[in-house]
Design a protein around this ligand. Structure first.
Ligand code: ADP
Ligand code: MG
Length: 240
């Protein structure tokens, strides 16, 4: 579903992605970990073309992301993204935040969009907050709204960039639970997170990045019990 083939990316003279080869299949959950600055966010952002690649080929559903003929808006419709900071519109209610894109981009009527939004709010466990404003919600609740907003577009792929790292510890679990449920339903997911419990339970594969390179790809059991790369061992010794 997502294929990186010899992908390089530069910011000016700085090479942020180095010869990335990575294949993510439909229904897979891939967790990306690595030190700060190793290129994890950039890797994710290339998938929905928030960043463009410098060379190599990156395809999503067989369509090249960097091809000028590719309809990027159509591509982005298939890909939901959840960020560390929730990026909700502060002056809109929860429901308004969720129905915006389905109405604007998918052309849904307000009634349709509301119905869908309420379904997803129920799914993430906060339908009672539909008419609240983001500031009236806890961080964990806001992040669940952000997930519901992504899902309301019926994407085929969900990208998560450190979705729990801005949350108070007691709220991390409720967000990870929503993500676990999504994974169990077969959503294709690429998740940047250092939450080992989640990774061990849910990930099909761990991708370890350092200095713009993928140094190791392994199952969670292999990776956490027996990391092969010295830099992966060092990284794990620091975060665990
Ligand atoms: P990570 O998510 O693993 O922390 P990032 O992908 O955010 O890493 O960043 C990788 C490197 O690229 C960092 O050194 C960062 O400073 C640099 N970088 C990120 N975005 C830009 C940008 N827009 N312009 C220049 N350098 C950037
Ligand atoms: Mg990052």
């Amino acid at each position: 579903m997502i294929v990186f083939d010899q992908v390089n990316k530069f910011y000016g003279n700085f090479q942020v992605l180095r010869n990335i080869n990575l294949t993510i299949n439909k229904g897979e959950v891939v967790v990306v970990i690595g030190p700060s600055g190793s290129g994890k966010s950039t890797l994710l952002r290339c998938i929905n073309h928030l960043e463009s690649i410098t060379d190599g080929v990156l395809t999503v559903n067989g369509i090249s992301v960097s091809d000028k003929k590719t309809n990027i808006n159509k591509l982005r419709r298939e890909i939901g993204m959840v960020f560390q900071h929730f990026h909700l519109y502060p002056h809109k209610t929860v429901l308004q935040n969720i129905i915006l894109a389905p109405m604007k981009v998918l052309g849904q009527t307000e009634a349709q969009a509301k119905e869908t939004a309420l379904t997803y709010l129920e799914k993430v466990g906060i339908s009672e907050k539909a008419y609240s404003y983001p500031s009236q919600l806890s961080g964990g609740q806001q992040q669940r709204v952000a997930i519901a907003r992504g899902l309301a577009m019926s994407p085929e792929i969900m990208l998560f960039d450190e979705p729990t790292s801005a949350l108070d510890p007691e709220m991390i679990g409720e967000v990870l639970d929503v993500m676990k449920a999504l994974a169990n339903e077969g959503m294709t997911m690429v998740v940047v997170t250092h939450e080992m419990g989640f990774a061990r339970e849910v990930a099909d594969r761990i991708v370890f990045m350092d200095q713009g390179q993928i140094l190791e790809e392994a199952t969670p059991a292999e990776f956490y019990e027996n990391p092969k790369e010295v830099r992966a061992q060092l990284f794990l010794s620091r975060i665990l």
